[in-house]
Design a protein around this ligand. Structure first.
Ligand code: ZN
Length: 190
């Protein structure tokens, strides 16, 4: 899931128009941003079955995508954001960062630990919506369309945020187009 995360982030603009769009986009991918170096170091891994397609992978991101790890990383993101855009934006951005984990919880197979490093061997979490690619793709599409609509509605009201030729309609169109392309690539190639 990539498009769904970005859709939700765009929609969160409605909750706090003072948070720049890029900060919402970064927040929604924050857990995966931290995941990247750990993945490259071999600490966190992705297991894809042979010939596996969209949503077939089991992801062992035992630190960044553990419940407690995600809460801590989201809190750090929010705390940094408070300094730039105020307390409300910090809370919204922390919530958007944590929404990554909640959406992953819906789609992942049971591969999300509660404690970092799966300490204590507690049950792994994940509702496994990815077992139905159609349902997962529909969820992502709904998040994209709903999120972009909320963004567009909010951005139109706060046009002072949008400078020059970057009108709310244009920005919304670009997010929508990118979201569709990423979803098609994700569903078709992965
Ligand atoms: Zn993730």
């Amino acid at each position: 899931m990539i498009t769904g995360h970005f859709g939700l982030a765009a929609g969160a603009e409605a909750a706090e128009p003072r948070a720049p769009l890029w900060s919402l986009m970064l927040a929604t991918m924050w857990l995966d941003v931290v995941f990247t170096p750990l993945f490259l170091a071999g600490v966190e891994t992705i297991e894809t079955p042979p010939g596996g397609g969209y949503g077939s992978s089991t992801i062992h991101a035992d630190y960044t995508h553990s419940l407690v790890g995600a809460l801590v990383l989201s809190a750090i993101f929010g705390a940094v954001a408070v300094r730039s855009w105020g307390r409300r934006a910090g809370v919204v951005l922390a919530a958007v960062a944590f929404s990554h984990w909640v959406l992953d919880l819906l789609v992942h197979r049971a591969d999300l630990p509660i404690l970092p490093g799966n300490a204590g061997g507690l049950p792994l979490l994940g509702f496994g919506l990815w077992r139905s690619p159609t349902a997962s793709i529909l969820l992502e599409a709904a998040l994209l369309v709903g999120g972009v609509y909320l963004y567009w509605r909010t951005a139109r009201r706060y046009t002072s945020q949008v400078r020059g030729r970057l009108t709310p309609g244009l920005v919304s169109g670009v997010i929508l187009a990118c979201g569709v392309v990423v979803l098609v690539l994700d569903a078709g190639l992965s």
